[in-house]
Design a protein around this ligand. Structure first.
Ligand code: SF4
Length: 421
């Protein structure tokens, strides 16, 4: 029984979602619902020229493979719109056309058959153009994301709020756009109020969630390259998700967009908001007790599992003294003993292998467990023998290093001495 089963309050119900209405991106074979009781989805955006149909499709497939359930492509000129007409019918996931300045591009993207539009209210400002696009989208059953962005806020709002980008301004921008949509009876809308400043982004979404029940698309815009970009985006999105705010997410990283899709999926899985599909590799931070180079083994394990879709949590632990206990909730793990690796399944010692076979053994067992389950894995080995070997190593290491592997008692004594002198 894992931690989540013992403590159901640690599951998704820990973060009750705020109620939103639902919209659907109507891909003919893979429709994706956003909002309501639909799972929180992961989005990303292509970096290719949309006119490059094959290149863009290759990236869309890579993104879908990495966990993106919705992909956005820019539609910035006629060639891009023509590209979209060929991309949309071959895409495995719904396609959103990103529109910034020209409303004609929105109309062309609708003509190309896209499953959703993103309009930036700061860039398309003429009410008659906004309403024309909304009417056309309504007639075709295509949803629109109102994508407000702190960096391209409507100039009137910027001025109104004292030449500052404040949450109230971002929310008002979204509301102004919604009011135009209302005039033509268009409600198939999701909204984002992104900013690159994390506290501003968080507060903007909080305020927005108070005034609308349209589904919300979360993101920290221009988060930058990893790892700082991932940290910033995670800080913003995880905070809101833990408050039940957010129906779909996108990491905006200065990196291969496949990293965005992976990060999105990992965030939702880590928060228990989506079922685990990919591997969760955990590793101890290492300490004076470690019998191996934990960083090196964890990196080798990460590389060995990189292209495997195994819904397991796997632990790499530096010592058999504490490792199996500290990682007892992992599906599978390995802990270093005296020149050996002790494999454990759900905290139960299962096998002993030479140190240089630790990673390959993990891979072999992970594949076995993914296919046959934990009980079958334990049934194929002598767990008593494995436990005896682990106990032996544990006792030997304790005798060698003592309970206090970092020799803190001696250090404390030295500190005392310094003060006593
Ligand atoms: S006690 Fe063992 S498992 Fe825990 S951090 Fe140190 S080496 Fe890793």
């Amino acid at each position: 029984m894992d931690e989540q089963q013992r403590r159901p309050d640690l599951g998704p119900e820990r973060f009750p979602r705020r109620k939103t209405r639902q919209i659907v991106l109507r891909h003919p074979t893979n429709p994706v619902a956003v909002g309501g009781d639909a799972p929180i989805t992961v989005q990303s955006m292509t970096t290719t020229k949309t006119a490059d149909v094959d290149g863009t499709l290759a990236q869309i497939y890579a993104l879908a493979g990495a966990g993106a359930e919705i992909v956005r492509c820019t539609c910035n000129d006629k060639e891009a719109a023509i590209g979209l007409a060929q991309i949309v019918p071959r895409s495995p996931v719904p396609i959103v056309a990103d529109i910034h300045h020209q409303y004609e591009m929105a109309l062309a993207a609708l003509e190309a058959g896209v499953h959703c539009l993103r309009l930036n209210p700061g860039n398309i400002r003429k009410p008659e153009q906004i309403k024309l696009v909304a009417q056309e989208a309504k007639d075709r059953g295509v949803p629109i994301r109102i994508g407000v962005n702190g960096g391209s806020l409507h100039p009137d709002l910027y001025k109104k709020y004292g030449d500052k980008i404040v949450p109230e301004a971002l929310v008002e921008s979204a509301q102004m756009e919604l009011a135009y949509f209302d005039e033509v009876g268009f409600e198939d809308v999701k909204i984002s109020v992104k900013a690159s400043n994390v506290p501003l982004m968080i507060e903007s979404y909080r305020q927005l969630s108070e005034v609308t029940d349209h589904p919300l698309h979360l993101g920290v815009t221009e988060a930058g390259p990893p790892p700082a970009g991932i940290l910033k985006a995670t800080a913003g999105m995880a905070t809101l998700l833990s408050e039940g705010i957010g129906d779909t997410i996108r990491y905006s990283l200065t990196a291969d967009p496949v990293e965005e899709a992976r990060a999105g999926r990992q965030l939702l899985e880590a928060m228990g908001l989506r079922e685990r599909k990919g591997l969760d590799l955990i590793a101890c931070p290492s300490c004076g007790r470690a019998e191996v180079d934990v960083i090196e083994i964890a990196e080798r394990a990460r590389d060995a599992f990189a292209d495997k879709e195994l819904p397991l949590q796997i632990a790499v632990m530096g010592c058999v003294v504490n490792g199996p206990g500290e990682a007892r909730d992992a599906d599978l793990g390995i802990a270093a003993g005296k020149n050996k690796g002790h494999l454990f399944v759900k905290g139960i010692n299962a096998a002993v292998v030479p140190e240089d076979e630790m990673v390959s053994t993990l891979v072999e067992w992970a594949e076995f467990i993914a296919e046959h389950g934990t009980d079958a894995a334990l049934a194929r080995v002598d767990t008593d023998k494995a436990r005896r070997e682990a106990d032996k190593d544990r006792a030997a290491l304790l005798a060698e290093q003592g309970d206090d592997a970092n020799a803190s008692e001696q250090r404390v004594e030295l500190i005392h001495k310094k003060f006593d002198d």
